[in-house]
Design a protein around this ligand. Structure first.
Ligand code: SF4
Length: 68
């Protein structure tokens, strides 16, 4: 699973808190109403994808991740 894109700062989902939004690529369903078909089918630029671990390393102190 790859992170196709992310919003580093998002203020709407959690009242009074700042959050980060990850847009993941790949989905096993094929809903006809899907508004994100390119993301769902993995049609993304592979040079722009990052793994969840790579994204987490931008926001979480390295020693916290290395302890796991
Ligand atoms: S709407 Fe799109 S992303 Fe959501 S479950 Fe259906 S196919 Fe997957």
């Amino acid at each position: 699973m790859f992170v196709a894109d992310y919003l580093e700062t998002f203020l709407l989902d959690w009242e009074g808190k700042v959050s980060c939004v990850l847009f993941l690529s790949g989905c096993n369903f094929r809903c006809p109403w899907c508004q994100n078909k390119d993301l769902a089918l993995g049609r993304i630029d592979p040079d722009k994808t990052e793994t969840i671990t790579e994204i987490l390393r931008k926001f979480v102190p390295h020693n916290t991740l290395d302890d796991r």
